[in-house]
Design a binder for this molecule. Structure first.
Ligand SMILES: [Zn+2]
Ligand SMILES: [Zn+2]
Length: 341
Protein backbone atom coordinates (compact mmCIF):
# COMPACT_ATOMS: atom_id res chain seq x y z
CA UNK A 1 0.00 0.00 0.00
CA UNK A 2 1.41 3.41 -0.91
CA UNK A 3 2.04 5.82 1.97
CA UNK A 4 1.19 8.97 0.01
CA UNK A 5 -1.65 9.82 -2.37
CA UNK A 6 -2.78 12.66 -4.59
CA UNK A 7 -5.68 14.67 -3.24
CA UNK A 8 -7.50 17.84 -4.31
CA UNK A 9 -7.14 19.99 -1.25
CA UNK A 10 -9.35 22.95 -0.38
CA UNK A 11 -6.98 25.15 1.60
CA UNK A 12 -8.69 28.51 1.08
CA UNK A 13 -12.34 29.23 0.30
CA UNK A 14 -13.03 30.42 -3.23
CA UNK A 15 -9.48 29.67 -4.35
CA UNK A 16 -8.45 26.87 -6.77
CA UNK A 17 -8.09 23.41 -5.23
CA UNK A 18 -4.50 22.24 -4.87
CA UNK A 19 -3.54 18.84 -6.27
CA UNK A 20 -0.98 17.77 -3.70
CA UNK A 21 0.50 14.67 -2.08
CA UNK A 22 -0.94 13.85 1.34
CA UNK A 23 -0.68 10.71 3.50
CA UNK A 24 -3.03 7.83 2.65
CA UNK A 25 -5.64 7.83 5.46
CA UNK A 26 -5.13 5.35 8.28
CA UNK A 27 -8.24 3.33 8.93
CA UNK A 28 -9.85 2.76 12.32
CA UNK A 29 -10.98 -0.73 13.36
CA UNK A 30 -14.49 -0.22 12.01
CA UNK A 31 -13.38 1.35 8.73
CA UNK A 32 -12.33 0.20 5.28
CA UNK A 33 -9.87 1.82 2.90
CA UNK A 34 -11.29 2.46 -0.55
CA UNK A 35 -9.29 3.13 -3.71
CA UNK A 36 -11.43 5.50 -5.72
CA UNK A 37 -12.36 4.89 -9.36
CA UNK A 38 -14.80 7.76 -9.96
CA UNK A 39 -15.98 10.92 -8.25
CA UNK A 40 -19.20 12.77 -8.93
CA UNK A 41 -19.19 16.53 -8.60
CA UNK A 42 -22.14 18.07 -6.80
CA UNK A 43 -23.42 21.62 -6.49
CA UNK A 44 -22.97 21.26 -2.73
CA UNK A 45 -19.21 21.06 -3.45
CA UNK A 46 -19.47 24.46 -5.12
CA UNK A 47 -21.30 25.84 -2.07
CA UNK A 48 -18.66 24.42 0.28
CA UNK A 49 -15.85 25.71 -1.94
CA UNK A 50 -17.33 29.23 -2.04
CA UNK A 51 -18.05 29.27 1.68
CA UNK A 52 -21.84 29.49 1.23
CA UNK A 53 -21.91 26.20 3.12
CA UNK A 54 -18.65 26.80 4.97
CA UNK A 55 -16.88 23.67 6.24
CA UNK A 56 -16.02 23.33 9.94
CA UNK A 57 -12.29 23.39 9.18
CA UNK A 58 -9.67 23.67 6.45
CA UNK A 59 -7.80 22.19 4.71
CA UNK A 60 -10.50 19.82 3.47
CA UNK A 61 -10.79 17.05 0.89
CA UNK A 62 -14.31 17.53 -0.52
CA UNK A 63 -16.27 14.97 -2.55
CA UNK A 64 -19.33 12.94 -1.56
CA UNK A 65 -20.13 10.92 -4.67
CA UNK A 66 -17.17 8.53 -4.63
CA UNK A 67 -17.07 4.99 -6.02
CA UNK A 68 -14.18 2.58 -5.63
CA UNK A 69 -12.93 -0.82 -4.45
CA UNK A 70 -12.17 -1.84 -0.90
CA UNK A 71 -8.40 -2.44 -0.60
CA UNK A 72 -8.05 -2.92 3.18
CA UNK A 73 -10.36 -3.60 6.11
CA UNK A 74 -10.06 -2.72 9.80
CA UNK A 75 -10.03 -5.52 12.38
CA UNK A 76 -13.73 -5.02 13.26
CA UNK A 77 -14.87 -4.32 9.71
CA UNK A 78 -16.50 -7.64 8.95
CA UNK A 79 -19.24 -6.61 6.53
CA UNK A 80 -17.26 -5.44 3.51
CA UNK A 81 -14.44 -7.44 1.90
CA UNK A 82 -11.37 -6.49 -0.06
CA UNK A 83 -12.42 -6.19 -3.70
CA UNK A 84 -16.01 -5.09 -3.04
CA UNK A 85 -17.13 -2.14 -5.13
CA UNK A 86 -18.60 0.45 -2.80
CA UNK A 87 -19.78 4.02 -2.77
CA UNK A 88 -20.51 6.81 -0.37
CA UNK A 89 -22.86 9.78 -0.40
CA UNK A 90 -23.17 12.79 1.86
CA UNK A 91 -23.93 10.72 4.98
CA UNK A 92 -20.57 9.38 6.12
CA UNK A 93 -22.00 7.92 9.32
CA UNK A 94 -24.32 8.62 12.24
CA UNK A 95 -24.65 7.63 15.89
CA UNK A 96 -26.76 4.58 15.05
CA UNK A 97 -28.70 4.56 18.32
CA UNK A 98 -30.80 7.74 18.57
CA UNK A 99 -34.52 7.94 17.81
CA UNK A 100 -33.88 9.19 14.28
CA UNK A 101 -31.27 6.55 13.51
CA UNK A 102 -33.57 3.80 14.78
CA UNK A 103 -36.61 4.94 12.80
CA UNK A 104 -35.22 5.35 9.28
CA UNK A 105 -34.00 8.90 9.76
CA UNK A 106 -30.26 8.38 10.15
CA UNK A 107 -29.71 11.17 7.59
CA UNK A 108 -31.31 13.51 10.15
CA UNK A 109 -29.32 12.21 13.14
CA UNK A 110 -28.06 15.23 15.12
CA UNK A 111 -24.64 13.59 15.15
CA UNK A 112 -24.40 12.56 11.51
CA UNK A 113 -21.07 13.21 9.88
CA UNK A 114 -20.86 14.47 6.31
CA UNK A 115 -18.47 13.12 3.69
CA UNK A 116 -16.25 15.81 2.20
CA UNK A 117 -17.51 18.34 4.71
CA UNK A 118 -17.00 17.33 8.35
CA UNK A 119 -15.00 14.24 7.27
CA UNK A 120 -12.32 13.91 4.57
CA UNK A 121 -14.11 13.16 1.31
CA UNK A 122 -13.42 11.40 -1.96
CA UNK A 123 -11.50 13.89 -4.12
CA UNK A 124 -8.37 11.80 -3.61
CA UNK A 125 -6.90 8.43 -4.54
CA UNK A 126 -8.07 6.81 -1.29
CA UNK A 127 -10.73 7.44 1.34
CA UNK A 128 -11.44 5.85 4.74
CA UNK A 129 -15.10 4.85 5.10
CA UNK A 130 -17.12 3.23 7.87
CA UNK A 131 -17.82 -0.46 7.24
CA UNK A 132 -21.50 -0.27 8.26
CA UNK A 133 -22.24 3.00 6.53
CA UNK A 134 -20.76 2.36 3.10
CA UNK A 135 -23.03 1.33 0.25
CA UNK A 136 -22.29 -1.81 -1.74
CA UNK A 137 -22.60 -1.21 -5.47
CA UNK A 138 -24.33 -4.12 -7.24
CA UNK A 139 -22.64 -5.69 -10.26
CA UNK A 140 -24.30 -4.27 -13.35
CA UNK A 141 -23.79 -0.62 -12.46
CA UNK A 142 -20.55 0.79 -13.78
CA UNK A 143 -18.63 3.21 -11.55
CA UNK A 144 -19.40 6.19 -13.78
CA UNK A 145 -23.16 5.59 -13.61
CA UNK A 146 -22.94 4.83 -9.89
CA UNK A 147 -21.18 8.01 -8.75
CA UNK A 148 -24.03 10.56 -9.12
CA UNK A 149 -26.50 8.07 -7.65
CA UNK A 150 -24.72 8.50 -4.31
CA UNK A 151 -26.01 12.06 -3.85
CA UNK A 152 -28.15 13.35 -6.73
CA UNK A 153 -29.89 10.04 -7.38
CA UNK A 154 -30.38 9.21 -3.70
CA UNK A 155 -31.71 12.68 -2.88
CA UNK A 156 -34.14 12.50 -5.81
CA UNK A 157 -35.29 9.02 -4.80
CA UNK A 158 -35.88 9.94 -1.13
CA UNK A 159 -37.68 13.17 -2.10
CA UNK A 160 -40.10 11.34 -4.38
CA UNK A 161 -40.88 8.82 -1.65
CA UNK A 162 -41.68 11.64 0.75
CA UNK A 163 -44.36 13.02 -1.58
CA UNK A 164 -46.43 9.89 -0.94
CA UNK A 165 -47.62 10.09 -4.55
CA UNK A 166 -49.14 6.76 -5.61
CA UNK A 167 -49.02 4.86 -8.88
CA UNK A 168 -51.27 6.59 -11.39
CA UNK A 169 -51.20 9.91 -9.54
CA UNK A 170 -49.52 13.03 -10.90
CA UNK A 171 -46.26 14.49 -9.68
CA UNK A 172 -44.90 17.85 -10.75
CA UNK A 173 -41.12 18.00 -10.61
CA UNK A 174 -39.58 21.49 -10.53
CA UNK A 175 -36.02 21.89 -11.79
CA UNK A 176 -34.63 19.64 -14.53
CA UNK A 177 -30.97 19.63 -13.47
CA UNK A 178 -29.27 16.44 -12.31
CA UNK A 179 -31.77 15.67 -9.54
CA UNK A 180 -34.75 16.42 -11.74
CA UNK A 181 -33.42 14.15 -14.48
CA UNK A 182 -33.14 11.28 -12.01
CA UNK A 183 -36.50 12.25 -10.49
CA UNK A 184 -38.34 11.96 -13.81
CA UNK A 185 -36.97 8.47 -14.45
CA UNK A 186 -37.60 7.19 -10.93
CA UNK A 187 -41.15 8.61 -10.90
CA UNK A 188 -41.93 6.92 -14.22
CA UNK A 189 -40.58 3.60 -12.92
CA UNK A 190 -42.92 4.04 -9.93
CA UNK A 191 -45.91 4.41 -12.25
CA UNK A 192 -46.50 8.10 -11.63
CA UNK A 193 -47.64 10.56 -14.27
CA UNK A 194 -44.87 13.14 -14.49
CA UNK A 195 -45.09 16.85 -15.23
CA UNK A 196 -41.62 18.35 -15.66
CA UNK A 197 -41.17 22.06 -14.95
CA UNK A 198 -38.15 24.19 -15.84
CA UNK A 199 -37.38 27.64 -17.13
CA UNK A 200 -35.17 26.28 -19.94
CA UNK A 201 -36.76 24.68 -22.98
CA UNK A 202 -33.75 22.50 -23.78
CA UNK A 203 -33.97 21.01 -20.28
CA UNK A 204 -37.67 20.31 -20.80
CA UNK A 205 -36.88 18.60 -24.10
CA UNK A 206 -34.37 16.39 -22.26
CA UNK A 207 -36.99 15.63 -19.59
CA UNK A 208 -39.39 14.50 -22.32
CA UNK A 209 -36.68 12.19 -23.66
CA UNK A 210 -36.25 10.76 -20.16
CA UNK A 211 -39.96 9.95 -19.96
CA UNK A 212 -41.83 13.01 -18.67
CA UNK A 213 -45.50 12.89 -19.73
CA UNK A 214 -45.96 16.65 -19.82
CA UNK A 215 -43.62 19.65 -19.81
CA UNK A 216 -44.49 23.06 -18.43
CA UNK A 217 -42.34 26.16 -18.73
CA UNK A 218 -41.65 27.75 -15.35
CA UNK A 219 -43.21 31.20 -14.93
CA UNK A 220 -46.17 33.07 -13.56
CA UNK A 221 -48.68 30.81 -15.30
CA UNK A 222 -47.01 27.48 -14.59
CA UNK A 223 -49.34 26.64 -11.69
CA UNK A 224 -52.43 27.32 -13.79
CA UNK A 225 -50.95 25.27 -16.64
CA UNK A 226 -50.43 22.31 -14.29
CA UNK A 227 -53.97 22.76 -12.94
CA UNK A 228 -55.26 22.63 -16.52
CA UNK A 229 -53.46 19.29 -16.88
CA UNK A 230 -55.37 17.94 -13.87
CA UNK A 231 -53.25 19.38 -11.06
CA UNK A 232 -50.54 17.71 -9.00
CA UNK A 233 -50.92 15.22 -6.12
CA UNK A 234 -47.36 16.01 -5.18
CA UNK A 235 -44.70 18.59 -6.06
CA UNK A 236 -40.96 18.35 -5.58
CA UNK A 237 -38.68 21.35 -5.74
CA UNK A 238 -35.15 20.57 -6.93
CA UNK A 239 -34.59 24.10 -8.26
CA UNK A 240 -32.35 26.25 -6.05
CA UNK A 241 -34.73 29.21 -6.39
CA UNK A 242 -37.76 30.48 -4.44
CA UNK A 243 -39.62 31.44 -7.63
CA UNK A 244 -41.05 27.92 -7.85
CA UNK A 245 -42.85 28.18 -4.50
CA UNK A 246 -45.99 30.09 -5.64
CA UNK A 247 -46.14 27.87 -8.73
CA UNK A 248 -46.17 24.76 -6.53
CA UNK A 249 -48.89 26.19 -4.28
CA UNK A 250 -51.00 26.91 -7.39
CA UNK A 251 -50.36 23.51 -8.92
CA UNK A 252 -51.47 21.42 -5.92
CA UNK A 253 -54.66 19.42 -5.76
CA UNK A 254 -56.34 19.09 -2.35
CA UNK A 255 -54.22 17.18 0.21
CA UNK A 256 -51.15 17.26 -2.03
CA UNK A 257 -47.65 17.20 -0.56
CA UNK A 258 -44.91 19.64 -1.47
CA UNK A 259 -41.40 18.35 -0.86
CA UNK A 260 -38.59 20.90 -0.65
CA UNK A 261 -35.15 19.54 -1.57
CA UNK A 262 -33.33 22.40 -3.30
CA UNK A 263 -32.07 24.98 -0.81
CA UNK A 264 -32.38 28.53 -2.13
CA UNK A 265 -31.13 31.25 0.19
CA UNK A 266 -34.37 33.26 0.24
CA UNK A 267 -37.57 32.93 2.26
CA UNK A 268 -40.72 31.28 0.95
CA UNK A 269 -43.88 33.09 2.06
CA UNK A 270 -47.49 31.98 1.85
CA UNK A 271 -50.96 32.90 3.08
CA UNK A 272 -52.05 30.40 5.68
CA UNK A 273 -55.34 29.66 3.89
CA UNK A 274 -53.39 28.42 0.85
CA UNK A 275 -52.13 25.49 2.90
CA UNK A 276 -54.99 25.10 5.39
CA UNK A 277 -58.02 25.09 3.12
CA UNK A 278 -56.67 22.42 0.83
CA UNK A 279 -55.01 20.41 3.60
CA UNK A 280 -51.59 20.59 1.99
CA UNK A 281 -48.44 19.11 3.50
CA UNK A 282 -45.05 20.76 3.13
CA UNK A 283 -42.00 18.65 3.99
CA UNK A 284 -38.27 18.93 3.66
CA UNK A 285 -36.02 16.16 2.38
CA UNK A 286 -32.25 15.90 2.64
CA UNK A 287 -29.99 13.12 1.33
CA UNK A 288 -31.30 9.58 1.99
CA UNK A 289 -30.95 6.71 4.41
CA UNK A 290 -29.08 3.51 3.55
CA UNK A 291 -32.25 1.57 2.80
CA UNK A 292 -33.38 4.16 0.25
CA UNK A 293 -29.90 4.06 -1.28
CA UNK A 294 -30.13 0.25 -1.56
CA UNK A 295 -33.56 0.50 -3.22
CA UNK A 296 -32.25 3.03 -5.72
CA UNK A 297 -29.18 0.91 -6.50
CA UNK A 298 -31.39 -2.13 -7.09
CA UNK A 299 -33.56 -0.11 -9.48
CA UNK A 300 -30.48 1.17 -11.24
CA UNK A 301 -28.93 -2.29 -11.52
CA UNK A 302 -31.89 -3.19 -13.74
CA UNK A 303 -30.47 -0.70 -16.26
CA UNK A 304 -33.56 1.50 -16.28
CA UNK A 305 -32.02 4.62 -14.78
CA UNK A 306 -29.45 6.45 -16.87
CA UNK A 307 -27.64 9.51 -15.68
CA UNK A 308 -26.96 12.43 -17.98
CA UNK A 309 -23.23 12.41 -17.35
CA UNK A 310 -20.13 14.09 -18.69
CA UNK A 311 -16.81 12.55 -17.66
CA UNK A 312 -13.54 14.39 -17.14
CA UNK A 313 -10.17 13.29 -15.80
CA UNK A 314 -9.63 13.96 -12.09
CA UNK A 315 -6.86 16.49 -12.71
CA UNK A 316 -9.41 18.80 -14.37
CA UNK A 317 -11.32 19.13 -11.11
CA UNK A 318 -10.89 22.89 -10.86
CA UNK A 319 -12.13 23.56 -14.36
CA UNK A 320 -15.05 21.22 -13.70
CA UNK A 321 -15.91 22.99 -10.45
CA UNK A 322 -15.86 26.31 -12.30
CA UNK A 323 -18.13 25.00 -15.05
CA UNK A 324 -20.58 23.80 -12.41
CA UNK A 325 -20.42 27.15 -10.62
CA UNK A 326 -21.19 29.00 -13.86
CA UNK A 327 -24.09 26.73 -14.76
CA UNK A 328 -22.30 25.34 -17.84
CA UNK A 329 -23.17 21.71 -17.07
CA UNK A 330 -26.17 19.88 -18.51
CA UNK A 331 -26.41 16.92 -16.14
CA UNK A 332 -23.75 15.63 -13.74
CA UNK A 333 -19.96 15.64 -14.00
CA UNK A 334 -18.04 12.50 -13.06
CA UNK A 335 -14.28 12.66 -12.62
CA UNK A 336 -12.38 9.51 -13.52
CA UNK A 337 -9.35 8.58 -11.48
CA UNK A 338 -6.11 7.57 -13.15
CA UNK A 339 -5.90 3.79 -13.36
CA UNK A 340 -9.53 3.63 -12.27
CA UNK A 341 -12.66 3.47 -14.39
ZN1 LIG B 1 -24.28 16.30 -3.18
ZN1 LIG C 1 -28.39 9.01 15.50
Amino acid sequence: MPKMMTAALLTKLNAPLELVKVPVPEIANDEVLVKLETNGLCFTDVQIWKGEHAPPSLPLIMGHEGIGRVVATGSNATRLRVGDRVGIGYVHGACGHCRDCLTGGENYCPEFTATGYSQPGCFAEFVALRDHWTNKIPEGIDPIEAAPLMCAGAAAYASLKRTGVQTGDTIAIFGMGGLGQYGVQIAKLSGMRVIAVDIANDKLAKAKELGADECVEAGENAGAAIKALGGAHGCVNFAPVTATWPMMLDACNPRATIVLTGVPAGEMAFYTYQVVERGLTVRGSSASNRQEMAELLALSASGRIKGVIKTRPFNEIDAALNDLNQGRVEGRIVLTMEGGA
